[in-house]
Write a protein that binds this ligand. Structure first.
Ligand SMILES: CC(C)(COP(=O)(O)OP(=O)(O)OC[C@H]1O[C@@H](n2cnc3c(N)ncnc32)[C@H](O)[C@@H]1OP(=O)(O)O)[C@@H](O)C(=O)NCCC(=O)NCCS
Length: 382
């Protein structure tokens, strides 16, 4: 048997996929062949979702029908609302979301079916369940009742309205729309892979999304943008950014290799398994962070971020990743640090569903081997 292995499956091809291409050397990202910057500029998140699921950008008529289908699924299920109202108020938003999706599985009208049409219906329901749950939990934990938003608005507008109870300015909704597109998919990232492993056992779509949300939480993955915002706030003053980076990297260099694995000693928002240079999403987000910070009077945090970025550029070859400037955008949107990863999930659920549909369509159980390095066979001790 082949025993060569790579820690963390680095660069291992685990399946074939036609959804998303990451060019780590050039820092480019494509959904179904379309460059992410082009999509972010010109295509709505709903149309991007249709592209990911069905393989082509929708025609005008298809786009109208798909958006209507998403809207028709709106409305937080009563059992999910009741569950959220019972959770301890300090439950992490992503834990609340994971628990809610798990409960929603039990109430899903297609719970016992995993054929393509049933899965599409479930995917549509998950697309609305995730933002509804995220927004409802944000309000409930702050002592406010969840609201409904009965309008005909876009996905991004709907989510923002559920959050604040009032319609957002169109330019704010557009910013969130772009953020959702940028987060919608990223090939075999950890949460998507976890979801595909679940689907490959022929578990249901909700089970896969629960696995994906659980995996998104960690600071090596989606949890990093939470850490970025906390770090930028801790630095506070742009004049302190360089010294902070110097201290953090100096302390990091003095540690053992094992100790350097601790997320708290790293600089969150930098480094990536696949990208060798800054990626296209980070470039788009940097521009958005700048204009949002100016528009909302939160320039200070953007300036801190810029100084951290420059200090990291001068001292390391680590690329900036999607979590760094998205944290600044979230701050400008008034979003608290522990809520950032939930916004990631609102976008990424589109990709999780796309990968689940692709895995179902051409499935084989994902079951790798371990290279055994434990004791040789031996008798029990007397
Ligand atoms: C994203 C990440 C998990 C990629 O991990 P990976 O491919 O397994 O790379 P490793 O953890 O093996 O890191 C490779 C080297 O770079 C260093 N490194 C990577 N990211 C670093 C960071 N953000 N700050 C400081 N050092 C970093 C590691 O310490 C390691 O050096 P060492 O072997 O001398 O200890 C990693 O870069 C990281 O932890 N980044 C910070 C968290 C983050 O922003 N996550 C969001 C990802 S989108």
């Amino acid at each position: 048997m082949e025993t060569a292995w790579k820690a963390g499956l680095e660069d291992v091809i685990a399946a074939r996929s036609a959804i998303c291409r990451v060019d780590g050397e050039a820092g480019r990202l494509y959904y179904r062949g379309y460059e992410i910057g082009d999509l972010a500029r010109a295509v709505s998140f709903e149309d991007v979702t249709a592209l990911l699921w069905f393989g082509e950008l929708p025609s005008t008529a298809e786009a109208v029908a798909f958006a209507a289908r998403l809207r028709a699924a709106r409305g937080l299920p009563a059992p999910v609302k009741a569950l959220l109202e019972r959770l301890p108020r300090d439950t992490h938003p992503l834990d609340a979301l994971r628990t809610a999706v798990s409960l929603a599985a039990a109430h899903d009208p297609d719970a016992r079916s995993s054929d393509r049409e049933a899965n599409l219906r479930k995917a549509v329901r998950l697309m609305t369940l995730v933002p509804e749950t995220v927004a409802a939990w944000q309000r409930i934990r702050a002592g406010q009742a969840p609201v409904e938003a009965p309008g005909m608005d876009s996905h991004a507008t709907y989510f923002l309205e559920l959050l604040s109870g009032r319609a957002p300015a169109p330019e704010v909704a557009r910013v969130l729309d772009v953020v959702l597109t940028l987060h919608a998919d990223h090939e075999f990232n950890a949460s998507t892979f976890a979801g595909r492993v679940a689907i490959a056992t022929l578990a249901d779509l909700h089970a896969a999304v629960v696995a994906a949300i659980a995996t998104l939480k960690g600071p090596r993955h989606g949890g990093a943008n939470e850490d970025v915002l906390a770090m930028l706030r801790e630095i506070g003053d742009p004049a302190c950014a360089e010294a902070f980076v110097e201290r953090r990297l100096g302390a990091w260099a003095a540690l053992s290799r094992h100790a350097r694995g601790d997320p708290r000693v790293r600089v969150p928002g930098f480094g990536h398994r696949v990208y060798k240079v800054d990626d296209a999403r980070a470039r788009v987000l940097r521009g958005m962070a700048k204009s949002m910070a100016e528009a909302t009077g939160r320039q200070q945090l953007f300036d801190v971020a810029e100084r951290v970025y420059d200090a990291m550029r001068a001292r390391t070859t680590l690329p900036v990743n999607v979590d760094f400037f998205s944290a600044v955008v979230y701050d400008a949107l008034g979003i608290s640090p522990d809520f950032c990863t939930s916004i990631f999930a609102v976008g990424r659920v589109a990709g999780w569903c796309a990968h689940a549909l692709e895995q179902y369509a051409d499935n084989r159980l994902i079951r790798p081997r371990a290279e055994y390095v434990g004791p040789a066979p031996r008798p029990l001790p007397r």
